[in-house]
Design a protein around this ligand. Structure first.
Ligand code: ADP
Length: 264
C-alpha cells in the first residue's frame, strides 16, 4: 500500500523504503521562476512497486532526480531506509546514491567497452565494495542473461541491454530502484519482459521500485500509481488497471497517447 497525505506526515515508520517530507524545487529566479515540486510528502514501504504518472511538466523527472539524489531539492527531507540524504555537498550525495539507490534509464547507459558481467559489477566497484563473481552471476541469471556474461552491449538486443541495466541496478541491493521510462525505447514484447522482471524483483526479492512513465499500460504493472499535477501529488490508485490509469490521466489534463504496450 502506498501512503501519502499532503496535510499530515506519513505514519508508517516500520519497513519504510523511501520518504519525502515537504520536498520543493524551484528552477530559475524572479519572473522566470518555475515551481517544479511544491511540498511533496510521501512514504513508500519496502517491497512496493509504485508508478509515478502525470502530464508533461507535472514534475515527474524533478521528483525522480531529487528522490534519487541526482539533484538537490530547495526544501524538504528525503530519507532512504530511514537514513536522511545529506543536504551537504556533492560528494556526500554521490556516496549516498552509490550506497542506497539503483537506476534504470530509458537508454540503458551501459558502458560499451565493458562486458555484461563488468557492467553489472560496476556499481559495486564504484562504491568500493567487493564484487563477488558468484553474486554477479546470480543476479544476471535472475534476469535471464546467465549465458551472456562475456558479451558486450552491442551484441545484445535492446531488451537484453535493459535487463543488464536491471541487474546492475539490483546488484548493490539498493534501498530503492528508480526506473525512468525503462520501456520507452523497447518493442512491445521486450517492454513486457522488462516490466515483468521489475515486478518479479519486488515480489521475489523484496526490492522497492519507483517507475516513472507516461504509459498507462506500463503503470498497470505497479502495485499502485501516484499522480502528479503542477508539482503536487494529485491522487493515487491501488491495483491499477491501464484503463483506470488512462481515465485518471485524462482528468489531470493529459492527452493519453496510445500505449506501445497495447496489443492492436
Ligand atoms: P515532467 O517530468 O513531469 O515532464 P519536469 O520535472 O521535467 O516534469 O518539469 C517540471 C517543471 O519544471 C516544468 O515546468 C519544467 O519546464 C520545469 N523544469 C524542469 N527542469 C528545468 C530546468 N532545468 N530549468 C528550468 N525549468 C525546468
Amino acid at each position: 500500500m502506498t501512503m501519502f497525505d499532503r496535510e499530515r506526515q506519513p505514519t508508517t515508520r516500520a519497513a519504510e523504503a523511501l520518504r519525502l517530507v515537504s520536498v520543493s524545487k524551484v528552477y530559475g529566479t524572479g519572473d522566470s521562476a518555475v515551481t517544479a515540486l511544491d511540498g511533496v510528502t510521501l512514504s513508500l514501504p519496502k517491497g512496493s512497486f509504485t508508478a509515478v504518472m502525470g502530464p508533461s511538466g507535472s514534475g515527474k523527472s524533478t521528483l525522480l532526480q531529487c528522490a534519487a539524489g541526482l539533484d538537490r531539492p530547495d526544501r524538504g527531507q528525503i530519507l532512504v531506509d530511514g537514513e536522511e540524504m545529506s543536504a551537504g555537498g556533492e560528494a556526500a550525495r554521490t556516496k549516498f546514491r552509490r550506497d542506497r539507490i539503483g537506476f534504470v534509464f530509458q537508454q540503458y547507459n551501459l558502458l560499451p567497452t565493458l562486458t555484461v558481467e563488468e557492467n553489472t559489477a560496476l556499481p559495486l566497484r564504484l562504491a568500493g565494495r567487493k564484487a563477488d563473481p558468484r553474486s554477479i552471476r546470480a543476479v544476471l541469471t535472475q534476469v535471464g542473461l546467465g549465458e551472456r556474461l562475456g558479451h558486450f552491449p552491442d551484441e545484445l538486443s535492446g531488451g537484453q541491454r535493459q535487463r543488464v541495466a536491471i541487474a546492475r541496478a539490483l546488484v548493490t541491493r539498493p534501498g530503492v530502484v528508480f526506473a525512468d521510462e525503462p520501456t520507452g525505447a523497447l518493442d512491445t514484447r521486450s517492454a513486457r519482459d522488462v516490466l515483468t522482471l521489475l515486478k518479479e524483483s519486488v515480489a521475489l526479492h523484496g526490492s522497492t521500485v519507483v517507475l516513472v512513465t507516461h504509459d498507462p499500460v506500463a503503470a498497470s504493472y505497479a502495485d499502485s500509481v501516484l499522480f502528479l499535477a503542477d508539482g503536487r501529488l494529485a491522487g493515487n490508485l491501488s491495483a491499477p488497471t491501464a484503463e483506470a490509469v488512462a481515465e485518471r490521466m485524462t482528468h489531470l489534463g493529459d492527452r493519453v497517447s496510445h500505449s506501445p504496450l497495447t496489443e492492436v
